[in-house]
Write a protein that binds this ligand. Structure first.
Ligand code: MG
Length: 168
């Protein structure tokens, strides 16, 4: 049986991952509306990844005989000024998620819940990748500036991303 503190913290993380999914779905719809189908695709894949994170934590909590509680998902923004604005918001958001995962990891250590700590290792690694991916796109956006051709090419590139279920 899982300790109540860990159960509550995992449920909070599940809600945070669902909020992330909702945020990226909103960004995907925003770019669809703005006529940037590649960015819309990139964020749609991001939406799927966040759902996979949430589901993996739900499966884990169930496996530990805990109770998954689906709390309401808070509202998300609907528009962003520019692609750079959206990707910057994404980086900031992922940095917050990294902090949440680190806090959860520290709690698992404090509570001597070694199974949860081990489970979180994949999430720690996943966050390094998430931040790195967004940073690379931001580097490209900084190089491109307001160049239309550059933005068109980046959009085409981001359109090629496909969802690969993460191993969690
Ligand atoms: Mg996530």
């Amino acid at each position: 049986m899982i300790n109540k503190k860990i159960e509550d913290a995992l449920n909070e993380q599940i809600n945070a991952e669902m909020w992330s999914a909702y945020l990226y779905l909103s960004m995907s719809l925003h770019f669809e509306h703005e006529g940037r189908p590649g960015m819309a695709n990139w964020y749609r894949v991001q939406f799927q990844e966040e759902q996979a994170h949430a589901l993996a934590l739900m499966d884990y909590l169930n496996a530990r005989d805990g109770k998954v509680v689906l709390a309401p998902i808070a509202a998300v923004p609907e528009t962003w000024e520019s692609p750079k604005d959206a990707f910057l918001a994404t980086l900031e958001h992922e940095q917050k998620v990294t902090a949440l995962i680190n806090n959860l990891y520290a709690l698992a250590e404090e509570e001597k819940d070694f199974a949860t700590r081990q489970k979180l290792n994949t999430f720690v690694a996943e966050q390094v990748e998430e931040e790195d991916n967004v940073r690379q796109i931001l580097d490209d956006l900084n190089l491109i500036g307001n160049d239309g051709t550059g933005l068109y090419q980046l959009d085409r590139e981001l359109g090629a991303r496909t969802f690969v279920a993460p191993t969690l």
